[in-house]
Ligand binder design. Structure first.
Ligand code: ADP
Length: 268
């Protein structure tokens, strides 16, 4: 199986205002400072996040756990820059994500964030290979040959190289999520954010996804996963509990992901 420590980019993307990930392969620190999100609704403003303060670090497998409606997806959208915050700040290392403009944000996100969703969100008309190539095409950090080699390497890492020319509809849900993870890793982002990534999977398949995430954490990436499933708490190195848009509890696990006795099937 392939390794994630592989090809390096031919040229860093160098559009103004956004620096390429200077520490490829490694994670980054995320700081949320008084993050508030107010949605405007017909009934008036609804405060979904009420001043979130949190920090995540490289090599951490952070779980954010809360019931449906607690604000988890909203928080994911703030961390990834998919949606704008009402007030507060989001820093990733020394980048003020909250003050990037739309173009800068799109490029920054492509370089620094790998996002994995519950419903996989693969492009149905593209092959698995082309799905994994998409983020690389967008950011331009790898040339044509390198990006194809890298996409194949990532698909091999998740055990799907032989299926690379199939569309997503021809593989199982668990396999689709593995492709989504390969796509999330395409630009070697320091941070991977997963929103209920195992929510649509049976327990054996969910376990495979966890092992893959744990391998990434051991590699030094920053892994943030949100879930409603409190039984998963022991899998994380730290858990933040979110209730009604507020972090109400923080628990550091005694179990270090680095010391987990999982078989390293992913060559990471
Ligand atoms: P979770 O992911 O924990 O289920 P969400 O972040 O999706 O929670 O939602 C948090 C709260 O914000 C919920 O009460 C939800 O109804 C509300 N909400 C989410 N998105 C919007 C929106 N676009 N407009 C108005 N309210 C929203």
């Amino acid at each position: 199986m392939g390794s994630l420590r592989g090809s390096s980019p031919s040229r860093p993307a160098d559009r103004p205002g956004v620096r390429a990930n200077p520490r490829r392969g490694l994670g980054a620190s995320v700081q949320l400072r008084d993050v508030v999100k107010i949605y405007q609704t017909a009934a008036g403003g609804f405060t979904a996040l009420k001043g979130i303060n949190a920090e995540f670090h490289p090599g951490e497998f952070l779980g954010i756990i809360g019931k449906s409606g607690a604000g988890k997806s909203t928080l994911v959208n703030m961390i990834t820059g998919v949606d704008t915050l009402t007030s507060g700040e989001v820093w990733v290392d020394d980048t003020p994500v909250h003050s990037l403009n739309e173009d800068e944000l799109a490029l920054w996100r492509g370089q620094h964030m790998g996002v994995v969703y519950q419903s996989f969100e693969l492009m149905p008309t593209l092959s698995l290979l082309d799905n994994v190539l998409l983020p690389m095409d967008f950011c331009g950090a790898y040339n044509g040959r390198q990006s194809i080699d890298r996409a194949k390497e990532l698909l091999a890492m998740v055990g799907l190289e032989e299926h690379m020319h199939k569309p997503p509809s021809r593989i199982s849900g668990g396999q689709q999520q593995r492709v989504a993870i390969a796509r999330a890793l395409a630009n070697d982002p320091p941070i991977v954010v997963a929103d209920e990534p195992t929510g649509n999977l049976d327990s054996a398949t969910a376990e495979e996804i966890f092992e893959l995430f744990e391998a990434l954490v051991r590699q030094g990436k920053t892994l943030v996963m949100v879930t409603h499933d409190r039984t998963l708490a022991e899998r994380f190195s730290r858990v933040l509990s979110i209730v009604d848009g507020e972090i109400v509890q923080q628990v550091r696990s005694r179990r270090s992901v680095k010391r987990l006795a999982v078989k390293d099937r992913y060559g990471i």
